[in-house]
Design a protein around this ligand. Structure first.
Ligand code: ZN
Length: 292
């Protein structure tokens, strides 16, 4: 199954949970959902790096433990929602439990294992369900500031919120997570995908050197100190194509995650491209035509 069909399945199951639980406002509280299902949720000091939580089964009862080594409400909610994903998604309980009736998760959008990816996509959609999230997304500023506000409203991490935001916005934008000079992953909004001649950014490719993100990542201290930076950038530097047009680039160091979040936004990109093309056509019509 590819990511799109996995996403569709995970999103439908999460939306049904939101509807069955009668959730009408943000934030969605995954602990309250667990309690409604008689699933006990407990904090647990888990020292293994990258582990976010566990789902346990004793006879027919389930329990969730979430890791406490990262003190962030966004991480906690996502970890619990990920375990609920294993509980709700068809086939997961049979597939993810070992002989000890215990599943250990590494949640957080970096997994390529299908069951983990599905549980991550479920978690994002459970905490940021379509109707409520889209309504909230329409009421905030564009770009990083708006995404920050949404992450406070939903009690979700900045990265998870940014990725979910790209799925809902109606203007060209992209979210890029990078480590040093390499792209970890990139999500583009549908309107940005519609711009012709762009080369989509791929996982593992080098960051373009003429960008604020590239400069920012030269200093790992800035990433660890969760500094931020912002300026204009060029669409062409990021995505190639024939048109040089300015876009906004905002950069946020992700601190202990040792990654950098970049938000590229271009709300009026189509108007700018149109204007550039009209100017070029006008310029061409003025060029003197010589006979050879
Ligand atoms: Zn898992």
């Amino acid at each position: 199954m590819n990511r799109n069909s996995i996403q569709f399945k995970a999103a439908s199951v999460a939306e049904k949970v939101v509807s069955d639980q009668g959730i009408k406002q943000l934030p969605v509280d995954p602990i309250a959902i667990a309690h409604n299902l008689d699933i006990e949720v407990t904090p647990q000091p888990i020292h293994s790096r990258g582990v976010s939580g566990m789902l346990m089964r004793v006879n027919n009862s389930f329990g969730i433990a979430y890791a406490t080594h990262i003190n962030s409400i966004g991480f906690k909610n996502f970890s619990i929602a990920h375990e609920l994903g294993h509980y709700f998604l068809p086939g997961h309980v049979d597939a993810v439990f070992g002989a000890d009736n215990l599943h250990i998760s590494k949640a957080g959008f970096f997994s390529e294992k299908q069951y983990e990816m599905e549980a991550d996509l479920f978690a994002a959609r459970l905490l940021m369900p379509q109707r409520l999230f889209k309504e909230a997304a329409l009421s905030v500023d564009e770009g990083l500031l708006g995404i920050e506000e949404l992450s406070r409203t939903c009690k979700t991490s900045l990265t998870a919120t940014a990725i979910r935001y790209t799925e809902c916005v109606e203007y060209p934008m992209a979210v890029i997570v990078s480590v040093r000079d390499k792209v970890s992953y990139c999500f583009m909004s549908e309107p940005l995908k519609e711009v012709s001649d762009l080369t989509w950014i791929r996982k593992g490719q080098n960051l373009p050197i003429n960008t604020i993100t590239f400069d920012f990542n030269q200093d790992s201290q800035r990433v660890q100190d969760a500094e931020r930076d912002a300026d204009v950038s060029d669409l062409q530097d990021w995505f190639g194509g024939d048109i040089s047009v300015q876009i906004e680039e905002a950069v946020q160091g992700l601190g202990r995650y040792e990654r950098t979040l970049t938000i590229l936004t271009a709300p009026d990109l189509f108007d700018k491209i149109e204007e550039i093309k009209e100017n070029e056509a006008l310029h061409k019509s003025w060029e003197p035509k010589f006979r050879l």
